[in-house]
Design a protein around this ligand. Structure first.
Ligand SMILES: NC(=O)c1ccc[n+]([C@@H]2O[C@H](COP(=O)([O-])OP(=O)(O)OC[C@H]3O[C@@H](n4cnc5c(N)ncnc54)[C@H](OP(=O)(O)O)[C@@H]3O)[C@@H](O)[C@H]2O)c1
Length: 218
């Protein structure tokens, strides 16, 4: 049985990806900061006879916790999904919001990947899927720092793809538009949420295309 580690697996896209992988006989390690959300994902997986394990993890400071996790688990697929966003006029963004986006989306993705990279090399084939956004492809009004953070993750992803080309590790960037998830709960940036796609649809496309080892734009 292969194992997938998904950050931010308690809600939204992370939860849907966890459900799909576990249906395909992966052991899903569900990582995030809020145990109650992770427990609900685990319950949904076990309801379908899947196997899941909860792991409390803040990706802003993940090294020690991932070292501990690897004492008792192997990981074949890492999905860097956890992320956060603050939207609105650039001049009104607060310093703590800017730090939160950079520390989570950029540094969190980098630190989690670095904590797992040697282990992924020890597996027959390791895979990293970075959940980015169309905000990592083009800038958008009122998304300045969020887009900056996602451009950074794109640069990180493309660089690793070149650095590890020809090795046993494959790295995929996923670039999707708006999804109807709790991501938008604290903002009125999206006026008409009915136009957002269900995260289950996006998860399925990512899941079905991941074996091609190419970036996924949807
Ligand atoms: N929704 C969209 O329209 C959209 C579009 C394109 C890309 N994306 C990207 O898709 C990914 C998933 O977002 P989503 O839409 O599914 O939103 P979501 O439901 O808010 O999920 C984000 C998850 O990240 C976790 N998280 C946040 N900070 C964390 C930290 N420091 N450490 C560990 N976990 C943390 C949150 O859980 P805890 O707070 O419990 O830790 C939450 O479960 C994000 O990277 C987002 O940028 C979203």
């Amino acid at each position: 049985m292969k194992t997938v580690l998904i950050t931010g697996a308690g809600t939204g896209l992370g939860r849907e990806l966890a459900l799909l992988y576990s249906k395909d006989n992966y052991h899903a390690i569900l990582a995030g900061r809020t145990l109650s959300k992770l427990e609900e994902t685990k319950r949904l997986i076990e309801q379908e006879n899947g196997k899941a394990h909860i792991y409390k993890l803040d990706i802003q400071n993940p090294k020690q916790d991932i070292d501990n996790l690897l004492l008792s688990h192997e990981v074949d697929v890492l999905i860097n999904n956890a992320g956060t966003g603050y939207f609105g006029a650039f001049e009104q963004l607060k310093e703590e919001e800017i730090n939160e986006m950079i520390d989570t989306n950029v540094k969190g993705t980098i630190f989690v990947t670095q904590a797992l990279i040697k282990h992924l090399f020890s597996r027959p084939s390791g895979k990293i899927i970075n959940i980015i956004s169309t905000a990592g492809l083009r800038g958008k009004v009122n998304e300045s720092v969020y887009a900056a953070s996602k451009f950074a993750v794109r640069g990180f992803t493309e660089s690793l793809q070149k650095e590890y080309e020809g090795t046993t590790i494959s790295i995929i960037g996923a670039y999707m538009g708006g999804m109807d998830t709790p991501f938008w709960d604290a903002t009125d940036h999206i006026k008409d949420k009915s136009r957002l796609k269900p995260p289950s649809d996006i998860a399925r496309i990512i899941y079905e295309n991941q074996h091609k080892n190419e970036d996924i734009t949807l």
